[in-house]
Design a protein around this ligand. Structure first.
Ligand SMILES: [Cu+2]
Length: 283
């Protein structure tokens, strides 16, 4: 390309930068604020566009960390002071239900990004069935947007929904490790009670025993694992998970209430190779 063409392009590019910085003092920062994230979907109503992001660009069953941005459709600018909440819903043949979810908070150190998580406990084979409603308030005015979303089935069982011996329904979900290593990994698990179709409070102060096994290799375990205990700051359960080699692992679990009564799961023995309560992990 000849210089006489390059200069006008450069000039226009510079002009664009200075124009947008007049309107918004941190336009370049805004583009950087979702670096490393992939758009999942936009939820659009007359006034706003809610952008949904995560690292993969897809919702899958289990724990989903989600980042959101709110665009004012009229000005095409990001809303930095919205109060947001959400309601995931699954429509089933005979009933509908929600799922465990976090509150939505402003991401620390970012101007335009909000974040939270949703745990989709199931999905249809073709990824259909779910919708997501986002309710939000900007400058004292309430808005809402709803659309269908696609939730794909995770290959491994990274969450499970079950009935405890106390006749309560619970959901356990693997949160971390995101990238398992041959090491002692920080295991993080969410535990929720299905109080009704819409309400899934965090269960506090239970214990979840941990016995990781490799079924493909004589069901061997690993040394120096610890049981999962409740961390009130994170509202999650933490443990040390020792992974001694790559491959397919079953995390055998037993759920104990605050009285130490087993609500679900069994010890792994010669005769019983797997607990009825477990999560899967492969790396
Ligand atoms: Cu369902």
């Amino acid at each position: 390309m000849k210089l006489k063409y390059i200069f006008p392009i450069l000039f226009i590019a510079l002009l664009n930068v200075s124009c947008s910085s007049d309107n918004d003092d941190d336009d370049s920062g805004i583009t950087n604020e979702v670096t490393g994230l992939t758009k999942i979907q936009d939820l659009i109503n007359d006034t706003h566009t809610i952008e949904l992001f995560n690292t993969t660009g897809q919702f899958k069953t289990g724990y989903n960390a989600i980042s959101l941005r709110v665009i004012d459709n009229a000005t095409n600018s990001y809303v930095e002071d919205a109060n947001l909440s959400w309601i995931p819903m699954m429509q089933m043949p005979t009933m509908e239900h929600s799922s465990p979810k976090s509150t939505i908070t402003k991401t620390l150190g970012k101007d335009t990004v909000y974040d939270g998580f949703i745990i989709y406990q199931m999905t249809n084979l073709d990824g259909s069935g779910w919708s997501l409603t986002v309710n939000y308030t900007i400058n004292g005015i309430d808005y809402t947007v709803t659309d269908a979303i696609t939730v794909l089935q995770n290959d491994n069982q990274n969450s499970t929904s079950f009935m405890g011996s106390d006749d309560s329904r619970y959901i356990v979900a693997l949160v971390e490790p995101n990238e398992p290593k041959i090491a002692i990994n920080d295991l993080k698990v969410g535990l929720f009670k299905m109080e009704n179709m819409m309400t899934f409070p965090v269960v506090e102060d239970f214990t979840i025993t941990l016995d990781p096994r490799m079924p493909g290799m004589g069901n061997h375990t690993s040394p120096n694992n610890t049981d999962l205990t409740y961390n009130s700051a994170e509202q999650m359960y933490n443990a040390d998970l020792a992974l001694t080699m790559t491959g397919y692992w079953v995390l055998n679990l037993k759920l104990l209430n605050t009285n130490g009564e087993v609500l679900k799961g069994e010890d792994v023995t010669e005769e019983n190779t797997q607990s009825s309560l477990y999560l899967e992990l492969e790396f």
